[in-house]
Write a protein that binds this ligand. Structure first.
Ligand SMILES: Cc1cc2nc3c(=O)[nH]c(=O)nc-3n(C[C@H](O)[C@H](O)[C@H](O)COP(=O)(O)O)c2cc1C
Length: 192
């Protein structure tokens, strides 16, 4: 049987991003658990702010089509999002909005969300760890009819959560990451 394929998407472009670090930790854990992991940066899928006039005039941008197909080539997807003003950053919402507009031949629009499993994680500098962004992201993905696994990871006080090697240093965070990874793999295997 071919390997379980998992795509990891950090929701920040920032150099030194705490969420990109968490995405790297997750990718490492997923690979250790036997998954075939792809970790991307949304810098490689730059998109304009969604505008219906733009879509009507020029169609869905190639980067949205490419990202949709990249998602479609995986069984599971982990999105690691920052929290901005108690919600997801525009980058994350805008990316999902564009991907949800892609319609490939022989597929209904948005099918890419319905046919696979999603997991969500966040890192932030405060005690809540991006919990409100996770609630918002869960709602957005539910609106796309995605299956979002029950486990999630909110990394609190994230500036102090990593060691010099960018590994998680607190056992509770390591345990939460391992539980997330196990459940993502478990749910994704069911749709292989
Ligand atoms: C516009 C803006 C709004 C923010 N709002 C929140 C917030 O509501 N909750 C929170 O925990 N952190 C908030 N932050 C701080 C981010 O969590 C912090 O900058 C984090 O490091 C961003 O993620 P990154 O390191 O992956 O880029 C905000 C940051 C910015 C720039």
């Amino acid at each position: 049987m071919s390997a379980l394929k998992i795509l990891v998407i950090p929701g920040s472009l920032r150099t030194g991003s705490l969420n990109a670090k968490l995405a790297a930790v997750a990718a490492h854990e997923l690979a250790r658990a036997g998954a075939d992991v792809t970790r991307i940066s949304l810098t490689d899928f730059a998109l304009p702010i969604y505008d219906g006039d733009l879509q009507a005039k020029s169609g869905v941008p190639k980067n949205a089509v490419n990202l949709k197909r990249m998602i479609g080539a995986h069984h599971g997807v982990l999105i690691v999002t920052p929290e901005y003003n108690s919600s997801v950053p525009a980058l994350v919402k805008n990316t999902i909005d564009w991907v949800s507009r892609v319609q490939d031949p022989h597929e209904s629009r948005g099918q890419v969300f319905r046919d696979r499993v999603f997991a969500i994680a966040a890192a932030s500098g405060n005690r809540l760890g991006g919990t409100r962004a996770l609630a918002a992201l869960r709602l957005i993905l539910a609106a796309c009819h995605a299956t979002v696994i029950p486990n999630q990871l909110a990394l609190s006080f994230a500036e102090h959560a990593y060691d010099d090697m960018d590994h998680l240093k607190h056992q509770a965070d390591i345990d939460a990451m391992q539980a997330l990874v196990r459940q993502l793999i478990d749910f994704s295997q069911r749709i292989m």
